[in-house]
Design a protein around this ligand. Sequence first.
Ligand code: PLP
Length: 453
Amino acid sequence: TSAPASNSTAHWRHLDAAHHLHPFSNTKSLNAEGVRVITHAAGSYIFDSEGNKILDGMSGLWCSSVGHGRHDIVDAISDQLKTLDYYNTFFKTTHPAAAELAAAIAEVAPAGMRHVFFTSGGSEAVDTVIRMVRHYWAAMGKPEKHIFIARRNAYHGSTVGGASLGGMKPMHAQGGLPIPGIVHVQQPYWWAEGGDMTPEAFGLHAAREVARAIDEAGAENVAAFIGEPIQGAGGVVIPPATYWPEVQKICRERDVLLVSDEVICGFGRTGEWFGCQYMGVAPDLITFAKGVTSGYFPLGGVIVGARVAEGFIEHGGEFNHGFTYSGHPGGCAAALANLRILHGEKLVERVKSEIGPYLQARWLKLAEHPLVGEARMVGLIGALELTPDKARRAKFAQEEGTVGLLCRDISFSEGLVMRAVRDGMILAPPFTLSFAEADLLADTAVRVLDRTY
Ligand code: PLP
């Protein structure tokens, strides 16, 4: 038989199966199934090699906030790379884009957060926090303050540090994690773990688990608490309103730093610039990535509040930490162009008061469907919690991968990407989603649920 044409799905599948190991994938079953080849994208849509047009309900991997195919960002990256393709920010050097981006981020950051450390992505940002926070406490004469409190089912990345802070058992099971010095506590996931409590009471209960963990370890040994304002990869877990303020109070009382992992929530996803603002808390450090460049170039970092920045700068000496691509010129140019779009098109405001409320109204109504136990959405991040029995908040048998199969089928038959996390169908569309596209999303969800029920 002759070899497949060099621009064919069969050709790419063949190369991929022969050589490409995919993240978070079972290579054997992926190769048997045949990987889907995405060839191009525009606006809210991605296109595959078989000619299918698919509504990108997940903004890529929670990152394509301003939508696909924005040539102004591409041109900014190109102009930057033609001028300065690369130079490092290590050895007493900076470059205009890095300096301008640090200032532009400080401008939109919560009050009092004026310093930024750059990384290539979210996992490196989380690892930076581990080292920076421990180094800060050591510089302040309290090296014994080293323990991190994190949550079960949290996702903080795939590096050894990030996956350790994360609370996902399947991740800990591979590679001998977590590293020492991390305590995991209950997540504020009312639907799954709230029992008979009201959401408000459960929010306080879950927060007090943080207090209990700190007190058990001894506050004098605890460096920081880290949490996503809304747990994204864990299934879009939106904590009850009582949770975050209580966690903040607990941390302040015990002199434990608060870290908000905003790799997903940062830069507008919740309708505020940062998810901590939506939750009404003021963290000491913020990690970011994804939405800072809308995914056009890999870039992440840590925004550092006044307290840590002062101690770190005054007493920290040299920080023995950094990445070759910390402040890569291309990433900085992408982020600056992305921020210009967010500001110029008022997209964060659009998420808060136009497209966000519009989609939420349709989404939250889906809770009336017999298969939907809970519909939740903040800004443009949401989930449908499917259940075979609403009253009991029952789970599907996980071996069947019920919701996973459903989501896969939707993307093929309905042209809509929604991701499955356990029994949840999750959604995080671009901020540029049109009203018609929001209707299409909701109509598709209704059609699929009706067909399934
Ligand atoms: N932290 C959170 C909250 C995330 O959602 C992610 C990625 O999804 C990360 C960290 C890791 O970011 P990256 O994949 O850019 O390393």
